[in-house]
Design a protein around this ligand. Structure first.
Ligand code: FES
Length: 190
């Protein structure tokens, strides 16, 4: 009887030992699989990053800037005595039509430190939000720290009848001078 009990106990122990050995093998196999996955994952990531860097090398490092010559529509699109901000964002240019019907194109840049003034229709002036410079519709500065009038660009009539702005030809504002008088060629009469 005693022997039988010892035999049963021995068998149970053996089974339990085998079980724990199998469990150990399973655990070690899972760990190996996990480590392999991590290894392959890291390798794939490394290769992907290097491939992207390699391909990027073949793309030209070009700064995409808007063209310096651009059309801004027909003269009839602009009512007399108005400032159009339609091209302010893309080309940093206002298209202005004076009371006498003449057009000019002006750079949207304060001559103090380069901020972008806003056209205040009710006050009929440009006002710079940075330090308070003020300009008349012609670009002539009259208040605040701006040292000179705002700059103009060449504007002409294209063959198709549209207004054409050329930013490569600039008329820089001269301190204390009215650009309409200094640069009559900056005005377009159609
Ligand atoms: S940048 Fe316009 S007032 Fe200073």
């Amino acid at each position: 009887m005693q022997d039988d009990r010892e035999l049963v106990t021995g068998q149970k122990k053996e089974r339990s030992d085998r079980g724990s050995t199998d469990g150990g093998q399973v655990k070690s196999s899972d760990r190996r699989k996990f480590l392999m996955r991590v290894g392959w994952g890291s390798l794939a990531g490394f290769l992907a990053i290097n491939s992207a860097a390699f391909l990027r090398f073949f793309y030209p490092r070009v700064l995409f800037e808007p063209p310096s010559q651009f059309k801004v529509g027909l003269p009839a699109d602009y009512p007399i005595g108005t400032v159009s901000s339609q091209y302010q964002r893309e080309y940093r240019t206002w298209i202005i039509r004076l009371q006498d019907g003449a057009f000019f194109a002006m750079e949207t840049k304060c001559t103090h430190l380069g901020c972008t003034p806003s056209w205040m229709e009710s006050q009929k002036k440009f006002k710079c939000p940075c330090h308070g410079s003020g300009y008349y519709i012609t670009g002539l500065n009259f208040e605040g720290p701006a040292p000179r009038p705002m700059d103009r660009f060449k504007i002409s009539l294209a063959e198709d009848g549209q207004l054409l702005v050329d930013k490569t030809i600039k008329f820089p504002g001269i301190p204390g001078k009215e650009s309409n008088e200094v640069y009559p060629q900056s005005l377009l009469r159609v």
